[in-house]
Design a protein around this ligand. Structure first.
Ligand SMILES: Cc1cc2nc3c(=O)[nH]c(=O)nc-3n(C[C@H](O)[C@H](O)[C@H](O)COP(=O)(O)OP(=O)(O)OC[C@H]3O[C@@H](n4cnc5c(N)ncnc54)[C@H](O)[C@@H]3O)c2cc1C
Length: 557
């Protein structure tokens, strides 16, 4: 057993920033991470991080664009915090060593991103996430913060209504151990692997969200799932929005610049929900290529600019589609990309369970509401990672360690023994693939009542079948088959929350687009959903959206 003041679960950008802040506040901190921090999904982030740093820009302008982009579901006080802090956050990362791209005078370059009134995405080529993550990792090393690499959290221990510790699985040797601490910051990142088409890596299985749900935290606004318009047709590798920010243009199979129909003002730079629906509509109405993709044309940018500003896009297109983007358009299609919802937190990252905090993509402080604007997620990790780490350290200073954990350790031990001993007929991969298919087809870009009701039933059915799952590999060391079985349970639990929340919300708002309720309905649905685990049931309650300065208006672009 290990004991700390503060534990950070997940070593991505949010986790590293939370750990750094907790250590700076005087806490004894450790990070427990399923992957080495430099393999966290943050390294896939490409296009940029937002801040109102340019002349003529203001944090209020950034806040307004974010709130409008969110279809007025974001909590406006949370948006204000992040937009006010953005400039300092980007400058700090620059000073810590992030190699941001600059012009010949040394000033940071910026580029336009979808839904923003002004260019305010700062970038390091199209490897912004990798560069930020390397900087954050250096800080962990510099501050001598202990990192348990390849340890996957399996349960959060709650005793007497308070956080007491976590149970984690050591992938290297197959053992389980208890970690005690006074406070926890959950920073486990995305969970998009329940969708058939996704830009998220196979490791993005929403573990922290599912663990938090089981521990008594609420999951907020989970029905709002972002579909990114431009993933590479086939492998669904992200083609960053920066490609359009640098001047790329989408065309359908007839060569029409179809965004003129859907967003006459912002065209290709409209928010992602609008652009994804536009592509899907083109496909549904027979104007995409028969395989369902449309073209992203960068040829007019020229080889030099593409290689300088978009080196990854160039590499991905050449290596995975056999297309040189300087010569031919890139075939693109929408794919799941981000979950706007997450573990419900206040503006300090605190959840419903005392001692448990969350930050980054797995959290929902409600910055993104019903639709996230590109460039705001990396910013959220830095600003709210720091705030949550500081608050967790403060909590740890004021509270004693809660005893307990042996029962949770024994329960997880039994769960793993059960999976390893199972002679059941179900394979994890088959269930995972069926889950991905049903979520993509029935709870995807366009939604309706019969489809979503079917999805809820199908997910419940898969959950029943999971009881019969068998782990093929029986080795103790590096048993990824076992890890995948544990991850699958998390995906199933979260899929149920998403499908149920989407079925109940009878309106269209941001990324939640219902063909049977096509209009936004502020009178009934200007509310956040909160999903709670009650025994084996999911209960959904609602709470009002916090509005400060920006009254909801019709959203046109
Ligand atoms: C392809 C792509 C491009 C993107 N581009 C941009 C962009 O240009 N700008 C922008 O603002 N946003 C972008 N985003 C979104 C943004 O990158 C993410 O929201 C953000 O990086 C998430 O950071 P995080 O720290 O929350 O999660 P992650 O970086 O995913 O880190 C999560 C950590 O938790 C660990 N973990 C997971 N489960 C467990 C467990 N059970 N136990 C222990 N540890 C666990 C993981 O190993 C990892 O270390 C992009 C996203 C994608 C997918």
């Amino acid at each position: 057993m290990n004991r700390y003041d503060v534990l950070v679960l997940g070593g991505g950008l949010a986790g590293a920033m939370a750990a750094r802040a907790a250590a700076a506040a005087g806490a004894d901190v450790a990070v427990v991470s399923k992957l080495h921090p430099l393999r966290s999904h943050t390294v896939a982030a490409a296009g940029g991080i937002n801040a109102a740093l340019a002349e003529g820009d203001s944090w209020e302008g950034h806040a307004f664009d974010t709130i409008k982009g969110s279809d007025y579901l974001a909590d406006q006080d949370s948006v204000e915090i992040v937009c006010r802090e953005a400039a300092a956050a980007v400058v700090e990362m620059d000073h810590l060593g992030t190699p941001f791209s600059r012009d010949e005078t040394g000033k940071l370059f910026n580029r336009p991103f979808g839904g923003h009134g002004l260019p305010r995405a700062y970038f390091a080529g199209d490897r912004t996430g990798l560069s930020l993550m390397q900087t954050a990792w250096e800080q962990l090393v510099k501050k001598d913060i202990t990192v348990y690499n390849e340890w996957a959290g399996t349960s959060i221990i709650v005793e007497e209504g308070r956080f007491a510790g976590i149970i984690a699985y050591n992938v290297a040797d197959g053992t389980l151990d208890e970690f005690q601490a006074k406070a926890l910051v959950i920073c486990t990142g995305p969970g998009g692997q329940m969708y058939g088409k996704t830009t998220n890596a196979v490791t993005c299985t929403g573990d922290g969200l599912a663990m938090a749900l089981r521990a008594g935290c609420a999951l907020k606004d989970m029905e709002f799932v972002q579909f990114h318009p431009t993933s590479l047709h086939g492998p669904n590798i992200l083609i960053t929005e920066a490609a359009r920010g640098e001047g790329g243009i989408m065309k359908n199979a007839k060569g029409e610049r179809f965004m003129e129909r859907y967003s006459p003002k912002m065209l290709d730079m409209a928010p992602r929900d609008i652009v994804s629906r536009a592509i899907q509509t083109e496909a549904n109405e027979g104007r995409a290529y028969p395989e369902g993709y449309v073209d992203l044309d960068l040829t007019h940018l020229g080889a030099a600019k593409i290689k300088e500003r978009l080196p990854e896009v160039h590499e991905f297109a050449v290596n995975f589609a056999g297309v040189d983007p300087a010569e031919k358009p890139i075939p693109i299609e929408p794919a799941q990309h981000y979950i706007m919802g997450g573990i419900a937190t206040d503006n300090a990252g605190a959840t419903a369970v005392p001692g448990i905090y969350a930050a980054g993509e797995c959290a929902c402080v409600s910055l993104h509401g019903a639709n996230r604007l590109g460039g705001n997620a990396l910013l959220e990790c830095i600003v709210f990672g720091r705030l949550a780490g500081t608050a967790a350290a403060d909590f740890a200073q004021k509270h004693a360690q809660v005893a307990g954990g042996a029962a949770s350790l024994a329960a997880d031990d039994r769960k793993i023994d059960g999976l390893m001993a199972s002679e059941g007929k179900e394979g994890t991969e088959r269930i995972r693939q069926e889950l991905k298919k049903v979520m993509w087809e029935k709870v995807g870009i366009y939604r309706n009542e019969p489809d979503m009701a079917l999805a809820v039933g199908a997910v419940n059915d898969l959950e029943r079948r999971y009881a019969n799952v068998r782990v093929g590999a029986k080795n103790k060391r590096f048993n990824y088959a076992l890890l995948e079985a544990l991850e699958l349970k998390n995906l199933l639990d979260l899929a149920e929350v998403i499908a149920k929340g989407a079925l109940i919300r009878r309106e269209s708002r941001g990324a939640h687009a219902r063909t049977d309720f096509p209009k936004r309905d502020d009178a009934n649905w200007l509310t956040h959903s909160l999903a709670w685990q009650r025994g084996s049931r999911i209960e959904i309650t609602y709470e009002p959206v916090r509005i400060t300065n920006w009254e909801p208006k019709e959203r046109t672009y």
